[in-house]
Ligand binder design. Structure first.
Ligand code: GRF
Length: 216
């Protein structure tokens, strides 16, 4: 049985979506731990409610981000994890972390990457005036939100959208595509060739959303 760890810094709704998919038997794996870098976050309450072990690793106890990541790597190795899911994890991971788990760390970002990486993604998308936004699950590399893309979904943006309303719309889809990506990894269906991620047997022909198209 594959072993998954989730790292989070806040609300933890994607963490919960992954755990639920496991509990429902849709993903044949075990979520062995939630690791958090902040105390008092909702993700911890969710872990307790869902019966997942959680662990707080205090960033202020380490002299550098690399030292912090070395500790995280040691914990993850000790737990013998096969897959690591960053889910609203607000730290930029260092090469110490990335090199320890090549092609084994996933992240979710709430835009259609490579558009609008980094902070305040929904605000960036709205200010730019895009008509379609979305979400992306990607493999973590040494850049910020730059790694090979595993799955994306498109979500229409309306002129009335605020970062809050857009975030709400996109989040519903995040909760579907992240467990899907995790399942593909757990089932060993993912092949990574450079930037290209190929999921064996996946149907790439479906067009998800075409917003505001009335006459054609
Ligand atoms: C999500 O929108 C995710 O895409 C982004 O941060 C948010 C985390 O939400 N990286 P949650 O903590 O999973 O509820």
């Amino acid at each position: 049985m594959k072993r998954i760890a989730v790292l989070a810094s806040g609300r933890g709704s994607n963490f919960e979506a992954i755990v639920r998919a496991v509990k429902e038997g849709k993903i044949e794996a075990e979520v062995v731990a939630l690791i958090v870098d902040r105390k008092g976050i909702a993700a911890i309450e969710r872990a307790e409610r869902l019966g997942v072990n959680w662990l707080f690793v205090d960033p202020s106890s380490f002299p550098s981000r690399e030292d912090y990541d070395a500790k995280i790597v040691a914990i993850l190795k000790h737990l013998k994890v096969d897959l690591i899911c960053l889910a609203g994890y607000m730290k930029i991971v260092t090469p110490v972390f990335v090199d320890a788990f090549p092609n084994r760390i996933l992240n979710i970002h709430p835009t259609l990457l490579p558009s609008f990486p980094g902070l305040r993604p929904h605000w960036q998308a709205i200010i730019y005036g895009v008509k379609i936004s979305g979400a992306t699950v990607h493999i973590v590399d040494k850049g910020v939100d730059t790694g090979p893309i595993v799955i994306q979904c498109a979500v229409p943006v309306s002129p009335e959208d605020t970062p809050e309303t857009l975030s709400e719309k996109v989040l519903k889809w995040e909760h579907r595509i992240y467990p899907q990506a995790v399942k593909w990894f757990v089932d060993d269906r993912v092949r990574v060739e450079g930037r290209m991620v190929v999921v064996e047997g996946a149907d790439y022909s479906k067009l998800p959303v075409v917003p505001a198209l009335e006459d054609f």
